[in-house]
Design a protein around this ligand. Structure first.
Ligand code: SF4
Length: 203
């Protein structure tokens, strides 16, 4: 019953988020909020912001970064990744923020996490968190370097939290500088993901 109520509240909240246009003036184009997941999702994955491709398709991590994340790091099928009872997929900003003058994507607007993300976190009964990228890591673990965080078992709201560098091809140098992440740490995180999802069973 409690779970049903949370799911109903979450659906209402998601409908509000999907209609949100708070950043339209700042972006200079119509925002396209992207969310996936149910309140019973076992893993809450929080990253930086959707890419331009995701802005266009509306499907989270439907890009080169997502492919690396699912196949090389989590070692799971697209079906499991896009199952809303397995993953709640969200970002510090729900919308692609546009390009910055230096060529990369702009930083996510701070208003989004204050306005929406914290409410979503209170309605999702996930077992573990996965935090992706330095921007999201800084929000949850201020002042701590992602290079250290990526190798530590942390907690958020009393639940296990794993921190990943962004799987973007632009991060290639970091992966080369820290091969122990790919060779060792990824295997530990994959094991945690598989355990939570009961990967041989249906979740
Ligand atoms: S980024 Fe967040 S606050 Fe801004 S328009 Fe999108 S949903 Fe709204």
């Amino acid at each position: 019953m409690k779970q049903k109520k949370k799911q109903m509240e979450l659906v209402q909240l998601q409908n509000q988020i999907l209609q949100c246009r708070l950043c339209q003036e700042d972006f200079g184009f119509e925002p396209h909020p992207v969310i996936q997941g149910n309140s019973g999702a076992k893993i809450m994955q929080i990253s930086q912001a959707p890419s331009k491709k995701v802005h266009e398709t509306g499907r989270p991590f439907d890009d080169a970064s997502g492919k690396k994340l699912r196949k090389e790091w989590y070692g799971i099928s697209d079906e499991d990744f896009y199952n809303p009872n397995c993953f709640y997929i969200v970002s510090m900003a729900h919308c692609y923020p546009g390009k910055s003058p230096n060529g990369g994507d702009r930083r996510p607007p701070k208003i989004c996490s204050r306005q929406w993300l914290l409410k979503e976190m209170s309605l999702v009964e996930n077992e573990i968190y996965i935090i992706i990228g330095s921007y999201a890591a800084e929000f949850f673990f201020p002042g701590q370097k992602i290079t250290a965080l990526a190798f530590e078992n942390k907690q958020i709201n009393g639940k296990p939290a794993y921190i990943l560098p962004h799987p973007s091809p632009l991060n290639m140098k970091w992966f080369k500088d820290y091969p122990e992440f790919t060779n060792t740490r990824v295997l530990e995180i994959r094991k945690a993901v598989h355990q939570v999802l009961g990967i041989s069973e249906s979740c």
